[in-house]
Each structure stands twice: as structure tokens, then as C-alpha cells.
Write a protein that binds this ligand. Structure first.
Ligand code: IVH
Length: 680
């Protein structure tokens, strides 16, 4: 019996709509429907296909669920070998200069010749894949293998939503698209959290997780791993007039509905390469996925052909790396450090190792649970990571290298600094010293925080000096700093009269500050710089902050019940009020905070913004500051009262909520345009 035409056309319409949404989401990075709406369409299609099995086709968007277990992965001989890239070992700018002069020499260009055109791309840190499309349908997916022969992983790759099952537009008869299967950091973290909750093994890094997921015999397993894909090149093709530049090839792939990273640039000469390397180096830690460096390619395909290959590597491409962010070393000991709020932090003392551009000797282990979870013992060989300015971290233990005399770590029952009891509340991860400001460690940290650059900014009051002042019992509270005289300071070790008078001058200078800095400097738990700014703006003077109750505090933007509670508790403590009074009596005074003129005609004035996802250039703090400077408010959650959601890469549930509520959505460029709108 023939199927009714109406059902066939409904199925086709659903497939087309779902594919359009997939393209908007995975390729253009610009979803236009909510998850709920997408799911509704998807379930309708699934139901129709179940009811009419004859309608099922292997390229339907429903056919991604995986399942079916293979005995082995079959070998695939690549139609064109999958090459590797030469790596430039010089990670400085010189690496880019060397590549450019090599290319110019090979092409026989003299100094007068114009700069060579290159395309600069990210070097994704995952697993290379060859996707073969025949008549626009995904026909085969193969790993790189040894470059000549790879493995057939088609059922697994079909489960990855970033990989189109069907190309859009006028697809060539045959086209092999090459690229990288990778995992986003946030997906990796969430997956590991799930694994852990289910009592399953966690993965060491996104790269290993992605590679393991692709080389599964059971595609149902692959389907459960959050994999992503970016194309970066071509294999064999037929029935297609390929463009003459690599950049145009990538543009064409994008039009076929294949994800290509936006972070690709056509640049000219070594200067262009250096600029790209620096720009990405600076943004590296804010990318939603890990990279292994950048890749430079000669853009003209004709010149690529002219340059040719050297064994397995093309002469026209090079990988330019950054300083390694992960290295192996040994845990010499695990100490416990006491923080400003009494938190006891287990800290690994490491055999010095050069990582992330500096020599690292300590790494935080966060808390007791973290030590258990990672199963870190004293004597273990570990992988240490230092990315950007982030505090070095122990990523994982190399268990095979655990020596016989390794010892597990135990949290002490008493504070190692002051001997007070260390307690861990039932629903907290942190163990705390109960000594309060009796504990010299807490006192030292409180003073260092108070004097910090972003707080009272007392130049020259560093760790060594604070330690001496606290040990000698000359300074007990921040207010004591303002009683210091040159004579008492000069008695301290290594303190000449000159440095003593410099310090006294710096302390004197710090008296003139802003209310926001002062509030931040007090070190109230859960009150960071931006909350301090909001409090200052809202209340206008310290007396009003100190006497506000929990209810009044919660009226302040960004202040929720937990923060309000911390602030109220801080000022309920007579000792803290006394210190504040002493500081004011010593002459600490505030420049007018509210005096800055805010342009009330700015389209941002009085509007509420929510930031979500990673913006390409601005950090979240920078974006928030810019919004506040224009009289806007920044809130943490989306509601009907939100005026704008600023969405960056990897924006999640907040973006969806904004779409559901019909809140205006901006990208970074849109935000900047709005903030810079001329109003005068
Ligand atoms: S081009 C002819 N471009 O790096 C060169 N490769 O050693 C063929 N990779 O395993 C590769 N990002 O999977 C190219 N933007 C990019 C890349 C990239 C990552 C990987 C690739 C291969 C390895 C090459």
C-alpha cells in the first residue's frame, strides 16, 4: 500500500527543518529555536518513522542514536594519504619569521616581492578524521591511522551532531572533508561529573576522551560522549570545481553545512602570522576548547602544489605552538595552607617543573575531597597544569609510577599555624581553622588582602613584611598599620630607614581611597570587587552598609541571600565594627564614588544585562564594568526583567531562557555597539 502523500511530505518537511536548526546551531553557532521546540520536532519525526518504517532512511536526522556492536574496526585505505604537519620548535615570534623566510626562499621570492598570503588556523587538539560524502551523503568516516590506512568509524561518527549526514546546497559527486573531532572543555567537565556520579572512570583530558569515544566498537557508547567537529581541509574530490585558495575552500565547506572555526584569518607575510599567533595566545584560555597551537598554510592552492611535500609533511604548512601547559613532576610533600577565611588548603610541594611559561613548585589540591577523588599520594608522579594566570593544578596521577614508599594524605585535626581545632561542616567541602584573627595565618592573609593592589593598594607591603609584623605582634588588625612609625619599622629585620619611610608614605597615601576599594579591602566573605562596587554605589557611605539588614542588602544588584548574610554577619561582629571605626579615625577617606557622570541618554542606562558564555575579546569582568560605566546593571540570571542577554561561545541555558522569554540577545560586537552609541 502506498503511503499517503501528506505523511511523506510532512516527514520531508520535518527533516529539512531539523537540518536547518542543526546548521544554525552547530555551524553558524546561532540557534534560532529553543531546545524544547527542537525536541518536539525531533519526536514528531521519530514517531512518524516508527509508525511507517518504510520512511526511515540512513540520512534522516533521527539516525544518529548509535547502537549495534562491531567485532572490530575495519581498515580503510585512504584515497589520498592523510599527512601530518611539521612543528616549529621555536615558540617565540621567530617561529613565524622562520616559516615565512623558508617559504619565500622555496618560492624564489626576493626582498622586493610582496608578502606571501597565508591562512592562519587553530590547531585543534583532538583526533583527525576523513569524512567521505558521495552525492552529498555521508558515506564513510575514517580515522587517520598511519596516514595510509585508517579505521572505519562510520557508525560512531554518525552519532556526532556537528557532522552533517547530508551536505547542504549543490554538493559534489564525491568530496572528502578532513578535520578534527574534539571535545569542548565544558562538555568534558560535565561528562566527567556524570562519570564520577555514576561511579565510572573519569578521563584525563578532552583529547583522550574524544579519541577513546571514536574508536569504540559500540556506537551507542560514542553517542553518549559530547563530541564536536571542525573541518580544516580536503581529501579526494570529484565533480567539483574547487576554489583556488584554501580560505575559499573553507568558506565553501561552511556553505555545505560543515562546521569551520571562525578563528581563521587570511594574513600577509610574517607580520600577519606573528599577529595571529599573539592574538590567539592571548585568548587561548578563553577558547571553549583546548588547542595545540596554531597552523599556518600558504593560501594559494597553486603555490601549495608548487611547494609540494617532504615525505609525510607538506612544505606549505607548519604548526606553531605555545608553551606547554601540562608537564609531569613528582609530589615531594603535601602541606596545608591557611587562607584569609581560615580555609585549610592542601597544597602539593612539587619537584620544580617548567610549565605554562614559568617554573612551578606548588600546586593547589583545593580540599580533602579533591585529594581523595584524584587519589593523590605523597611521592606520586603527577600531571601538573598551568594555564594563563590560573593557579597551577594537579590534573591527574600517573598511578603506574607510584613508588612503594608513597604515603596517602590526611587532613590534620588542628590548624597547623595556631593549633585551633579544624572543623569541616557537614555540607561543606572546606575544612576551616576556628582560630579567627587569633590565628596568625588568617591575620597575615587578611592584611595582605587589605594591602592588595585592588584593595587599599599599599605599595611595598608584601608577604615577608606582613609576616614579620604579625610575628613581632606589631600589627594585629589593618587599623594597626596606620599607627606604624618609621622608628618601629626600622627595627625589623632587613628594613633600612629608607624603606621604612617609603612604606610609611605608601600607607599614608592609601588613606585616600574609594568606598568600593575600602569595602573590598575589609575581606568580607563572598564580597568580591564587583559586589563591593555595587554596595558602594547603592549605599554611598560605609555607615549605611554596616547598618543595613539582610533584607536591605538584598536590594543591591548581584547580592543574593548568601552574600547578604556574610555582610550582615561581618558587621554584627563588634571587633569588625571597631576596626572600621579605627580606620576612619586614622583618616581613611573616600573620593566621591557616585560623582562619575553617567550618560542617562545611553541605551544601556538603567537596563539589566546578563552575560553568558565566553566572549571573543572581553573577559566577563571587563564587559560587566563597561556596562556599569554606562549606567547598566549586570545580573546573574535571566528573567522577564532582563533587557539584554550578551551571549558568547558555549552559552548554555541562559541563552535558551532568553529565547524562551523573548529577551534581546547580543553578541560582543552588538554589546560594544550599544555601549558606544553616540548620545550627545
Ligand atoms: S592540516 C597537510 N589543519 O594536526 C596538513 N591539521 O600533524 C594536514 N590538526 O592529526 C593537516 N588542527 O588532525 C591541519 N587546522 C588544522 C589542524 C590540523 C589540528 C591536526 C590534524 C593532524 C595533525 C597534523
Amino acid at each position: 500500500m502506498a503511503l499517503p502523500e501528506s505523511i511523506i511530505s510532512r516527514v520531508e518537511a520535518l527533516r529539512a527543518t531539523i537540518e536547518q536548526h542543526n546548521n544554525d546551531y552547530y555551524v553558524l553557532d546561532r540557534p534560532t529555536v529553543t531546545d524544547a521546540e527542537y525536541d518536539r520536532l525531533f519526536h514528531e519525526l521519530q514517531a512518524l518513522e516508527q509508525e511507517h518504517p518504510r520512511l526511515v532512511s540512513s540520512h534522516s536526522p533521527t539516525q544518529r542514536v548509535g547502537g549495534g556492536v562491531l567485532a572490530e574496526l575495519k581498515p580503510v585505505v585512504h584515497a589520498l594519504p592523510m599527512l601530518s604537519i611539521r612543528t616549529e620548535t621555536d615558540i617565540s615570534d621567530a617561529g613565524a619569521f622562520k616559516f615565512d623566510s623558508y617559504i619565500r626562499r622555496e618560492l624564489g621570492l626576493d626582498e622586493q616581492a610582496p608578502p606571501v598570503e597565508y591562512i592562519a588556523e587553530l590547531k585543534f587538539d583532538g583526533l583527525a578524521i576523513n569524512l567521505r560524502y558521495e552525492d552529498g551523503r555521508l558515506a564513510q568516516a575514517a580515522t587517520r591511522g598511519n596516514g595510509e590506512v585508517g579505521e572505519d568509524v562510520t557508525p560512531n561518527v554518525r552519532t556526532i551532531r556537528h557532522v552533517p549526514l547530508k551536505l547542504r546546497g549543490n554538493a559534489p559527486q564525491v568530496i572528502e572533508i578532513r578535520g578534527e573531532i574534539y571535545m569542548r572543555r565544558s562538555d568534558f567537565d560535565r561528562m566527567n561529573e556524570r562519570q564520577q556520579a555514576a561511579g565510572e572512570k573519569t578521563f584525563v583530558n578532552p583529547r583522550n576522551a574524544a579519541a577513546g569515544a571514536i574508536r569504540q566498537l559500540d556506537s551507542g557508547m560514542t553517542a553518549q560522549r559530547p563530541l564536536s567537529f571542525f573541518a580544516y581541509g580536503l581529501g579526494k574530490f570529484a565533480g567539483w570545481r574547487a576554489p583556488d585558495r584554501h580560505s575559499a575552500v573553507l568558506d565553501a565547506l561552511e556553505k555545505f553545512g560543515v562546521p569551520v572555526s571562525k578563528d581563521r584569518n587570511v594574513v600577509h607575510g610574517s607580520q600577519g602570522l606573528v599577529a595571529y599567533h599573539r592574538d590567539i595566545g592571548e585568548r587561548r584560555d578563553r577558547l571553549p576548547f583546548g588547542i595545540d597551537g596554531v597552523v599556518y598554510k600558504v593560501n594559494s592552492l597553486k603555490l601549495q602544489q608548487q611547494l609540494g611535500f617532504r615525505t609525510r609533511e607538506p612544505r606549505w604548512a607548519v604548526a606553531h605552538k605555545y608553551p606547554a601547559q601540562e608537564e609531569m613532576t613528582v609530589i615531594l610533600n603535601i602541606d596545608v595552607q591557611v587562607g584569609r577565611t581560615g580555609a585549610l588548603t592542601p597544597t602539593a610541594r612539587l619537584r620544580p617543573v617548567f610549565v605554562g611559561g614559568v617554573t612551578v613548585t606548588n600546586a593547589t589540591l583545593h580540599n580533602e575531597d579533591e585529594v581523595r577523588r584524584k587519589d593523590v599520594w605523597i611521592g606520586d608522579t603527577v600531571i601538573v597544569r598551568r594555564a594563563g594566570d590560573v593557579i597551577p593544578e594537579v590534573v591527574a596521577v600517573v598511578v603506574e609510577r607510584r613508588p612503594a614508599d608513597a604515603r596517602p594524605f590526611a587532613m590534620p585535626a588542628n590548624c597547623p599555624e595556631c593549633g585551633s581545632a579544624a572543623v569541616r561542616l557537614p555540607d561543606e567541602a572546606v575544612t576551616r581553622c576556628t582560630g579567627g584573627l587569633f590565628c596568625p595565618a588568617q591575620r597575615r592573609q587578611a592584611l595582605l588582602h587589605f594591602a592588595g593592589r585592588r584593595a587599599m593598594d599599599i605599595e611595598g607591603l608584601g608577604e615577608k613584611l606582613v609576616e614579620q609584623l604579625v610575628t613581632a605582634n606589631i600589627v594585629r588588625t589593618p587599623a594597626d598599620l596606620y599607627k606604624l612609625g618609621i622608628a618601629s619599622l626600622a627595627e625589623l629585620d632587613r628594613m633600612a630607614e629608607k624603606s621604612a619611610s617609603n612604606l610609611v608614605a605608601a600607607i599614608e597615601k592609601s588613606k585616600r581611597t574609594t568606598l568600593a576599594r575600602f569595602i573590598y579591602a575589609l575581606g568580607i566573605r563572598n564580597v568580591g570587587e564587583s559586589t563591593a562596587q555595587e554596595l558602594a554605589r547603592w549605599f554611598g557611605n560605609i555607615g549605611r552598609v554596616a547598618s543595613a539588614d539582610v533584607h536591605a542588602l538584598q536590594q543591591v544588584p548581584d547580592v543574593g541571600p548568601v552574600v547578604a548574610q556574610s555582610i550582615a554577619e561581618f558587621f554584627a561582629e563588634p571587633h569588625n565594627r571597631e576596626v572600621v571605626e579605627q580606620l576612619l579615625a586614622a583618616g581613611v577617606s573616600f573620593a566621591e564614588t557616585a560623582a562619575r557622570e553617567i550618560d542617562t541618554a545611553s541605551p544601556a542606562y538603567g537596563k539589566t544585562f546578563v552575560l553568558t558564555g565566553a566572549l571573543p575579546r572581553l573577559t566577563r569582568d571587563e564587559a560587566a564594568q563597561k556596562i556599569r560605566d554606562r549606567g547598566g546593571k549586570v545580573s546573574g540570571s535571566v528573567s522577564k526583567k532582563t533587557h539584554f542577554v550578551v551571549a558568547g561561545e558555549d552559552a548554555g541555558s541562559k541563552l535558551v531562557k532568553a529565547q524562551e522569554l523573548g529577551v534581546a540577545i547580543l553578541d560582543e560586537a552588538g554589546l560594544l555597539k550599544l555601549l558606544e552609541a553616540m548620545t550627545k
